[in-house]
Design a protein around this ligand. Sequence first.
Ligand code: ADP
Ligand code: MG
Length: 707
Amino acid sequence: MGATDRRGTQHGARGRYALDDPVVRLRGIGPRWAEELASLGVGTVGDLLLHLPLRWIDRREIAPLSAARPDRPLTAVGTVREVRTLRTRRRGLDLMQLLVDDGTAAIRVVFFGRNYLAEYIRRGTRLLVQGTPRLGSHGLELTGPEFEILREGEDPAALTGWIPVYEKLGPLSSRRLRTVIGEALDGLGPVDDPIPAALRARHGLPALDEALREVHRPPPDTPAELLAERRLPGLRRLAYDELFWLELALALARRQRLALGGAPRLPLTGEIRARIAELLPFTLTGAQTRVFREIADDLASGRPMSRLLLGDVGSGKTVVAAMAMLVAVEHGWQAALMAPTEILARQHGRTLARLMGRVGRRVELLTAALRQAEARAVRAKLASGAASLVVGTHALISESVAFRKLGLVVIDEQHRFGVAQRASLADKGTRPHLLVMSATPIPRTLAMVLYGDLDVSVIDEKPPGRLPIRTVVRREDERERVFAGLERALAEGRRVYVVRPAVEEGARGLKAAEQGLAEYRARFPEARVALVHGRMKPDERRANLDAFARGEVDILVATTVIEVGIDVPEASVIVVEDADRFGLAQLHQLRGRVGRGDRRSYCVLIASQDADEHAMNRLRVLEQTDDGFRVAEKDLELRGPGELTGTAQHGLPSLRVADLVRHKDLLLAARDDAFALVEREGGTLPEALWREVWRRHGERLKLARIG
Ligand code: ADP
Ligand code: MG
């Protein structure tokens, strides 16, 4: 074997590998490992090279051992003079002691529990060690250092620099990855960069191969901060890639949808305007008016609407959706509203029935809880066209539901539905218009990746006369104080929600709602206390909710089933226990259950015993703002997008490199670039771009009927 074997340079020549070569071609990867890697989604050399370092170790300078000082990090290369392996007397641990000498001085090196190393490290072995020496009883000692065994004649310079540390990938340890990725980089032939050079130049991003080399082997002069903060140009380049391909797929999907046309043309006639006026029990806010105009324009266009309606809890989205539904049915089309849960479907059913009653229209309900005969009757009416308005859960998209003339679909809380489900509902009509409502205000950046193929309308104004909700954060040991406050609230005849994180006492000691029922009954003997949670029988749950709504229950102890859609204007206090276990956006959502009436409302967040200062500060964001978008931005910063939406598996594209907070500028740039490109090219992209966007987002494109 040659001297520089580890880095493979001797074996050849660049050009041995291409990014789309299967990993098995790599020297050092056999068929069995290749198979394991493939099962992890790493099929090609390019995939492997996107397994990026977690961090980098500074091994840029090899110092003489004579310069070693206690408590100062050190990298040295020396020869092993002595090897001793023993067992500690007291604890029976393996102990290996080396004496490493580089000619200027010697240092004692100690490993615990790794006596097997004696098989590789012997007298005469040349070793690179890295660690921080401490002063022991026999002078300077280096315990458990990072180390590399140098092969005969190997130049230690080949082992220095910024050393990448990887997350283990299947069978490949960090150390092994270093070797294999090094091999891939050394043998990599010329790379066709799929990102157009003009775009790269505009954002000052390096070429793809350059980026990969920089990330895996940062040049020695790379400043430490750049690495610590992951601001390497190469990393930014790879993040941009990820965002660009995603946005390109979204831009194509949007273009395709608009190009297909064929949606019902539903103009807003004078007659329909008059009907809408009858529908409304109040004057619309400015934001509602603006947003409805955007929707009305879509409905009139003859091109299928795909619009996301974003608005804080209680901002009046449902009313706007009802107006749109009325437009459709007045034109003789059917309209459906789909909700993610049974409770929410019933809630919407009631609201809609109340509104539509004002214009003499009936609303059907179709959920899984319906008796078979009832469900059959509703389905028959939808198929014949006898029913024009329906509200339901995912039962609405089951195979057996056919519509005669479905013109508009409204989906509430879309993020709980997958992209595929969205597509499947759209199949039910001749391209119905689609309006997606989200009561979880999400930051613009996240909306761009989650719903990037949709047009977005935002309701950023609340109906008049709402008092802001007063929010306070309390610690567990202030519980008595909270309870005293609750006593006063109950005496004033207020209705109270109490939210607990889990149904049963969980392994992590979460407070159970069931247990909460007993506790609150004991603490407030005068009060009528009831329980709702997701694992209850639907009938029982509904009975308890209704009793609370009618004022026959004072305290409703609940899990997060009350998160969305429950509307009891008389409820004016909400207490959330173990509040630090929830995300901010979710707490904000829960808080939205109160503040719906004309009374001042209160939200009390009780942090669990083990909430640290960081957790407390996070909760205090809610004391400071009631703007859902700001809350969501904060949540995204603090916890990341997966936590924010709870949708890792539902439509949130997995971003491996890009970070929606850190790379916000790149996301905005990638979006502009991708949409402009599709606009300019009129749907016919250059071959290289097609190939790459298909490779990465084929599923999404298929759903959009592209290709
Ligand atoms: P969202 O769906 O955004 O949570 P809703 O449409 O359910 O909000 O509206 C919340 C409450 O505010 C409902 O009781 C609704 O009747 C009322 N509301 C909506 N718009 C207005 C308005 N413009 N003026 C007064 N009340 C309104
Ligand atoms: Mg609502």
